[in-house]
Design a protein. Structure first.
Length: 422
């Protein structure tokens, strides 16, 4: 195996810091590519972070796509391979594959090459992302093909952004549990309106927007207590729309840089759906920057934006009180008796209870969220599986008592010396 940095040191007889080392290493990559493929590969720069590009390159490495070839390793004593636990395989196994970092890869037919070049600080190893190509037409064609691949991947994967201390991390996550629109239990008027907006946005002719000269962007805010279907609604949208879907988890590390990076990536994938979870968690110091980004002329072009929150009272009023940010807000409330009845039918309570007991569940579960209804179903299923006889009324009564304790934080029962876990 060729180790470009070590060969460079042998040729010069010394190690070089800073730019001289980088320039020599870059020349070594270009010489290696030209020797192997007979073409000169020029270096291309971008100010954007192209998550989707590196995602595709890494996927091709892991799956040993014959279109990509390993050219050289940069530093001998840094990583050459990686491994991961593939829990989604038919039989979960550890998989070993070449590392993306510290390597040079090429797509010879496309005339493009990629490298993640290590550079060293006092405390860590960081990586410079390097793109090379034999001409601007080649790299343009490759990036266009790449975008098409990302679109196809979106049918069974979602792009997940998370803000961390090291900046934005990104990964493609497999959609394992299919959620359809029929799975969503929601007020029919609200349900029809939300899906209508989605379908209208992703029609191919976009006649609605062009006819009325309306900007091609939409936004809705879903708010209400947890466990009542906001996530299920979003999953059903992700599963039924023919476009990329990205989730962005706001954290205390969200910054103006991460906001810019996420929206830049989303714009390149447009038309697409961008889901911002827990939007109320946006740090105070960057809320103005976030609002200004939403107001930008092109920042949301082609993006259907969905914000979710369990705590609407903590939402910046500027998000919903100004046109062009979120068009509509929808409160996803605790289900009424009609919705609870629909839910127990869809989940399958009929496999566990007779008609009279199911009516009792609907009547006694007032104030329950869908998540609590699901918890009740699991409890009843476990009891039936074990052959136990249970009282639906007693179970619901106990669940309400425990829920009250969890909300108040008063876990000790009055006049008792034991915790109320029973």
């Amino acid at each position: 195996m060729r180790y470009l940095y070590e060969e460079m040191v042998k040729e010069t007889g010394k190690e070089m810091p800073g730019y001289p080392a980088f320039a020599s290493l870059m020349k070594g990559m270009q010489d290696e590519l030209q020797e192997k493929y007979g073409d000169f590969y020029a270096v291309y720069n971008t100010d954007d972070v192209h998550y989707e590009l590196w995602t595709i390159v890494e996927e091709d490495i892991r799956k040993e796509n014959p279109e990509i070839e390993h050219v050289a390793q940069l530093f001998e004593r840094l990583e050459s391979s990686s491994f991961e636990y593939d829990e989604e395989a038919a039989v979960p196994v550890y998989k070993v594959f070449r590392s993306l970092n510290n390597q040079v890869y090429a797509y010879p037919e496309a005339g493009v090459a990629f490298a993640k070049i290590p550079y060293f600080s006092d405390a860590s190893i960081l990586y410079i992302q390097c793109v090379l190509a034999t001409g601007k037409e080649n790299i343009t064609n490759f990036l266009t093909t790449l975008r098409d691949r990302v679109w196809k991947k979106s049918r069974d994967e979602v792009l997940v952004f998370k803000d961390s201390m090291e900046g934005v991390t990104q990964e493609q996550q497999q959609v394992t549990n299919t959620v359809t629109r029929e799975n969503v239990v929601l007020d029919e008027t609200v349900k029809k309106e939300i899906y209508g907006m989605i379908d209208q946005f992703f029609t191919e002719d976009r006649s609605f927007f062009t006819t009325y000269d309306i900007p091609y962007r939409r936004g809705i805010l879903l708010y209400g207590p947890p466990g009542n279907g906001k996530t299920t609604l979003v999953k059903s949208i992700a599963n039924t729309v023919a476009a990329p879907v990205a989730y962005w988890q706001i954290t205390e590390h969200t910054s103006s840089e991460s906001i810019e990076e996420v929206f830049s990536s989303a714009t390149r994938l447009a038309p697409m759906v961008l889901v911002i979870e827990d939007i109320d968690s946006m740090p105070e110091g960057v809320r103005s920057y976030f609002l200004n980004t939403l107001d930008g002329a092109t920042s949301k072009e082609g993006i259907f934006l969905i914000g979710t929150t369990n705590y609407p009272e903590q939402i910046d009023s500027g998000l919903v009180n100004r046109a062009g940010r979120f068009d509509r807000g929808y409160e996803i409330t605790l289900p009424d008796a009609s919705l609870r009845s629909q839910y127990i039918e869809k989940v399958g309570f009929s496999r566990l209870l007779d008609a009279e007991e199911m009516e009792k569940v609907v009547d006694k579960s007032e104030g329950f969220s869908f998540a609590q209804m699901k918890e009740l179903f699991v409890f009843l299923a476990a009891a039936k599986h074990q052959g136990d006889t249970v009282s639906v009324k007693e179970i619901i009564k106990n669940m309400k008592r425990e829920h009250k304790k969890s909300k108040t934080g008063k876990w000790w029962e009055e006049q008792q010396d034991e915790l109320g876990f029973r």
